[in-house]
Write a protein that binds this ligand. Structure first.
Ligand SMILES: Cc1cc2nc3c(=O)[nH]c(=O)nc-3n(C[C@H](O)[C@H](O)[C@H](O)COP(=O)(O)OP(=O)(O)OC[C@H]3O[C@@H](n4cnc5c(N)ncnc54)[C@H](O)[C@@H]3O)c2cc1C
Length: 376
């Protein structure tokens, strides 16, 4: 198996900038993106036609580290910016491995093995450029990785009951869209809407759309207090999700429970996103919990990752950049002091971090003994 100099996780502005810098410095890189497109995070979160600003953090005067990634001064809409990005990928001949969701990292004899949903990659260093929006875990026992997080194509759910999990606007939107598509296709299979709480919280506009859909004959079934519990394979090897829809405790260890089972490919979990702190924990990267007096930018209870000025984490060879380390991190200074650093979540910052981190990786590869292990 190939050993790369660097594995880059996430092809947003930060990850793409890493790949460009790596190719400029002659490093062997692999760029992994869980979505179907480069900049998937931006595609999913920017409204259509949104103007993109080339904002610099306060006090910053340096130009964009990779000028081709700078949004236009004319504040062109996102669609134009994405065209510019496509041209930049073409210019630098950047290869992106799409549909590769990072899951785990192991280190053996100084080499990282990185597992994705599809492959294994080996490299001398890793850059975590997966942004700030990490999907909340379903928190169930067993594999649930194949559960979709958004509705890709309503037609995929025609002819089969679909389970949508979540109690907010995103889930309600998916329910209304799916139900409308099923109704239009003359498909009588229901859309189940499950939430672990008794109350659903949606805004007026979403409630109106959903109400309209129900009045028009949408086949929507509500499962209140329903808790996803376990993923399992059926006798034909199809992955299912089991959701507990009722539980009554008769005491003395006697319980009545009711369950429903859905093929994972017909489950959509709209349960939101969280910061990357839990992923950092899973990898074993040191973070500091903010308490009053320690943090001025982070709120009490926030966990801030510890980074060197080159964005290297507490594990030598693993770097974290861009949205993943915003809005603040703890910088480990040369004298061994720690300092909270503000880190604006901007395209500029992600690109700048990438240039700094990859230059550092290149210098380690060219001069491995010069650099010391990070001691905390
Ligand atoms: C609505 C909105 C408007 C904004 N407008 C502006 C603006 O005008 N100007 C500006 O400078 N900034 C703007 N920002 C902020 C800017 O988009 C972010 O600062 C920037 O996208 C951060 O880049 P990143 O590469 O760190 O993360 P992201 O852009 O989030 O990219 C991370 C990538 O990693 C992928 N990924 C995540 N998890 C995994 C995984 N496990 N495995 C593999 N891949 C993974 C994601 O799919 C994504 O493509 C805006 C943000 C939002 C939400």
């Amino acid at each position: 198996m190939n050993i790369y100099d660097v594995t880059i996780i996430g092809a947003g502005p930060g990850g793409l900038a890493c790949a460009i810098k790596a190719s400029q410095l002659g490093l062997r890189y692999v760029l992994l993106e869980k979505g179907d497109d480069v900049f998937q995070g931006i595609i999913d979160s920017y409204p259509r036609g949104k103007k993109v600003y080339p904002t610099l953090p306060k006090g910053e005067t340096e130009p964009f580290a990779i000028p081709e990634l700078m949004p236009d001064e004319t504040h062109a809409p996102i669609e134009e910016y994405l065209k510019k990005i496509a041209a930049c990928i073409q210019k630098y001949q950047i290869h992106v491995s799409l549909g590769e969701e990072f899951q785990e990292i192991k280190k053996e004899k100084g080499i990282f093995t990185l597992m994705t949903s599809r492959n294994h990659y080996r490299s001398h260093s890793v850059v975590l450029a997966f942004g700030s929006n990490i999907p909340v875990d379903l928190g169930i026992y067993g594999e649930a990785k194949t559960v979709a997080r958004k509705l890709e194509n309503s037609d995929d759910h025609l002819g089969a009951p679909t389970l949508v999990i979540g109690g907010g606007n995103a889930a309600a939107d998916v329910i209304a869209t799916l139900s409308e598509a099923k109704r239009a296709a003359g498909d009588a299979t229901p859309v189940y809407w499950a939430h672990k709480m008794e109350n659903f919280t949606i805004n007026k506009d979403v409630a109106r759309d959903l109400g309209e859909e129900i009045l028009l004959g949408g086949h929507i079934k509500i499962l209140q207090g329903a808790i996803p519990k376990i993923g399992e394979l059926d006798e034909e090897g199809v992955e299912h999700l089991l959701i507990q829809t009722q539980a009554v405790d008769f005491g003395q260890g006697v319980k009545f429970q009711q369950w429903m089972s859905f093929p994972m490919k017909h489950v959509i979990a709209c349960i939101g996103t969280q910061g990357p702190s839990r992923v950092f924990d899973r990898i074993g990267l040191q973070q500091i919990t903010c308490t009053e007096g320690i943090c001025k930018i982070g709120k009490t209870g926030d966990r801030l990752i510890m980074l060197t000025p080159d964005y290297q984490t507490s594990q030598k060879g693993i770097y974290a950049i861009g949205g993943a380390v915003s809005p603040a991190y703890i910088e480990i200074q040369e004298e061994g002091n720690f300092r909270e650093r503000k880190h604006s979540n901007l395209i500029y910052t992600a690109v700048r971090d990438a240039a700094v981190a990859v230059s550092h990786i290149a210098s380690v590869i060219q001069n491995p003994i010069k650099l010391q292990e990070v001691k905390l």
